[in-house]
Design a protein. Structure first.
Length: 318
């Protein structure tokens, strides 16, 4: 448990999965250099043309997820696809799976997957019943308030006992909001009062200092079952968010260099693929760092240009 949170012995701080950012290279490197996280979650696995995507398969291999607490996540969608992914994970030795019922992006949600499935309680019920029939697995759920309506959860919550989840992580926005607009704290509080399952709060936690006041507010509710927080974008932007004693140039540079070195080993598409991967990394990493250096990183066409720009950026950090 992260040592600065003393409210509850079982209070957890979880790393939210972000597609394109928190793959196994990021997770293992963050756990080793910064830490402060009780459990990491993979970006959701998905099926394409009836087959598992090779990138997702590689990401959840047990040998790529040693040295930290890890739970693989699958995209909730059709019964056949979801069950196929869950059974594959079970074959790898996993006994716990997280269900993504929160992805807001239209290419996913408009096919009744992720947050899009929240519009269809009958589909959710059928999926839960099938998953509950698989022996030896426990589940957790990551979901939004709904897709079109912030009240969709009211038709989903009564179905939750079918799958008996270890917790429910709630991002209190709708799918159509994506990440715009304010989180709906009122609806989150309504959910807290409507379920006996442990609830994890996810959404717009920007600073370490935000966590304790927010959790104390939730914990003051009669019968509160708040169990922790899940942090995504802010942790990717500042991996030292939970360990401020490591918020310095050396740790930030070591983190970057370790990810860069691992990508050089794993990516097989040459310098173009490597540069694209690292530019994506910098889309969120250290957004307050020098603007001119960040611009040069984005424009780098060669490895030499990239390495020079990043070296200059780290030299300007305190």
């Amino acid at each position: 448990m992260s040592n600065f949170v003393k409210m509850k012995q079982d209070f957890k701080i979880l790393s939210a999965p972000l597609q394109g950012y928190t793959g196994h290279v990021w997770r293992s490197t963050h756990a080793r250099i910064f830490g402060g996280i009780d459990c990491y979650y993979s970006p959701f696995m998905r099926m394409k043309g009836g087959s598992l995507m090779s990138r997702d398969v590689r990401d959840v291999q047990p040998e790529n997820n040693n040295g930290y607490n890890f739970v693989p996540q699958v995209l909730a969608g059709t019964i056949d696809d979801t069950v196929a992914m869950v059974l594959y994970l079970k074959s790898l030795g996993y006994n716990r799976v997280d269900l993504n019922m929160g992805c807001p992006f239209p290419p996913i949600a408009r096919h009744a997957k992720g947050s899009g499935i929240l519009c269809y309680p009958q589909r959710v019920e059928a999926l839960f019943k099938r998953l509950a029939s698989i022996d030896g697995l426990k589940y957790s759920i990551k979901m939004r308030l709904g897709y079109n309506s912030a009240d969709d959860w009211r038709r989903i919550l009564p179905l939750i006992p079918i799958i008996d989840p270890m917790h429910i992580a709630i991002h209190p926005r709708t799918g159509i909001q994506q990440y715009s607009g304010d989180v709906d704290i009122t609806q989150f509080l309504n959910i807290l009062q409507s379920t006996t399952y442990p609830v994890i709060y996810n959404g717009d936690i920007a600073r370490r200092e935000d966590i304790v006041p927010l959790m104390q507010r939730f914990d003051e509710m009669p019968g509160s079952n708040i169990a922790g927080v899940m942090i995504g974008r802010a942790l990717v932007a500042n991996p030292a968010m939970l360990t401020p004693e490591k918020a310095d140039r050396d740790h930030y540079r070591t983190f970057h260099d370790a990810i860069y070195a691992q990508y050089r080993k794993e990516l097989t598409g040459g310098s173009v693929q490597l540069l694209n991967a690292m530019k994506a990394f910098w889309n969120m990493y250290l957004p307050q760092s020098d603007r001119k250096c960040r611009k040069r990183i984005g424009k780098a066409h060669t490895i030499a240009q990239y390495e020079l720009a990043t070296a200059q950026l780290f030299e300007l950090l305190p």
